[in-house]
Design a protein around this ligand. Structure first.
Ligand code: AMP
Ligand code: GLY
Length: 415
């Protein structure tokens, strides 16, 4: 098979790492890829959807896997399918479950999917009146895609007024923020459940924990993800039964009734409170950095699973009985302003899986190109063993101002 992977991050590097040893996969192209993916296959310059369609036809691509949300929402699947090309992912209508929080909240409410109470606003004054009469904290979300920066937890009225103003009037997220969702704050722990969809039903992977905050002990700003652990040690069988009954099954019903059924990934972002699992969001793709901890534990061939899903067949997912811990090394200043082009040192001494994200190769050297620069993933029979492998190795890597969290996978000790 000739496979095209769309995306540039650690998630796409992990897909490439998983595919590169698959005897069925003869060649992998990455659009546009990064420093790791160029070692697993070939990075290409084509980027826009029409360019990628043309590339897939010209290069006789047998399967395209899409990493990030933006091309899905933009309709990459619709365009590929129109040319008879095989692509794993939702069409743009189904991708709206991620691309429009107003649409996905309505979907959740219609199909009785357990979620936080919320209201959608398009009129500035109505949103202001609503927050005035609401308890705090409350959560304000831009409806559209805002690169992970469109959700703010407000502690008081002054803050909420400012956020509503920033989103709806100042338009700091452009059109993504002119429609907003105001929802009740939920207190609990988060879990990510990623499922394969074969168009009929969903096949869940093991639950993963993602670390969103930049600082140790979950302090500071939200980020694209500072690390991940699979399986999540917090999410037990009881939580799973609750998720299946109150979230996954009604989602499958809703997808069918709304003609949103698709073959691809669907990711449930959950908040587990004392009242059970609540759905915070759908992502219509693999998570990043969840994938870095999850896919290496998947024992099935990824292309076999995807091919079966594409044919509407059932799949039986098998995961190694191991723990995986992924730590993300980021640029100084992240998630704010960062400097790029910095030389990454010490990579030759690393004896763990190292998946590049915001990094490029120049000659024999590696240089930073983004906020999340690289991922180191460790495995073991215990979280401690996996942690040790990661931290013994990530400390060998350095670049100016680079940093990472030291507490990824540590929560097991609290139990
Ligand atoms: P979302 O993009 O909707 O998943 O929100 C991003 C992050 O904001 C989540 O991963 C949570 O950490 C936080 N969040 C979102 N909604 C809520 C909520 N209703 N209560 C508490 N935290 C939330
Ligand atoms: N890790 C969260 C996401 O991929 O959106």
């Amino acid at each position: 098979m000739r496979v095209l992977v769309v995306g540039t991050g650690g998630r796409e590097a992990t897909i490439g790492w998983k595919l590169k040893n698959d005897p069925k996969v003869k060649k992998i192209f990455f659009a546009k890829g990064n420093a790791s993916t160029q070692e697993y296959g070939e990075n290409i310059y084509e980027d826009s959807i029409p360019e990628l369609v043309e590339f897939a036809i010209r290069e006789k691509i047998d399967l395209t896997i899409v990493g990030p949300e933006a091309p899905l929402v933009e309709g990459i699947v619709d365009k590929f399918k129109a040319e008879g090309l095989k692509i794993f992912g939702p069409n743009s209508k189904a991708a709206s479950l991620e691309g429009s929080k107003a649409f996905s909240k309505k979907f959740m409410q219609t199909y009785g999917i357990k979620t936080a109470q919320a209201q959608v606003f398009e009129v500035y004054q109505e949103a202001l009146d609503y927050v005035k009469n609401h308890n705090f904290p409350l959560v304000i979300k831009a409806s559209g895609l805002a690169g992970g920066k469109g959700v703010v937890i407000c502690e008081n009225l002054e803050e909420a007024d400012a956020v509503v103003h920033d989103f709806m009037i100042r338009k700091i997220h452009g059109d993504a923020g002119i429609k907003i969702i105001i929802e009740d704050f939920l207190q609990g722990f988060e879990a990510s459940i990623i499922c394969f969809s074969n168009g009929e039903t969903l096949f869940p992977c093991i639950p993963v924990k993602d670390y969103k905050k930049v600082g140790e002990k979950d302090q500071g700003m939200n980020t694209g993800g500072m690390g991940s652990v699979a399986p999540s040690p917090e999410f037990n069988g009881m939580h799973y039964a609750d998720f299946e009954k109150n979230i996954m099954l009604p989602t499958i019903e809703g997808l069918k009734k709304e003609n949103l059924d698709f073959k691809g990934f669907i990711y449930f972002g959950l908040m587990v409170t004392p009242e059970g699992c609540h759905l915070l969001e759908y992502n219509m793709r693999l998570g990043d950095p969840e994938t870095q901890a999850l896919l290496p534990l998947l024992e099935n061939s990824l292309v076999d699973v995807i091919n079966d899903c594409m044919e509407g067949k059932p799949v039986e997912l098998k995961f190694a009985d191991q723990k995986a811990v992924c730590v993300v090394m980021v640029s100084g200043g992240y998630p704010g302003n960062i400097e790029t082009g910095l030389k990454i040192k010490g990579l030759n001494n690393v004896e763990a899986l190292c998946l590049m994200a915001g990094a490029r190769k120049g000659g024999d050297n590696y240089y930073t190109t983004g906020g999340r620069v690289l991922n180191v993933v460790g495995f073991g029979d215990s979280y401690e063993a996996a942690r040790k492998q990661v931290y013994d190795n990530i400390k060998k890597i350095s670049f100016d101002y680079g940093f990472y969290r030291h507490d990824i996978g540590l929560f097991e000790q609290k139990k």
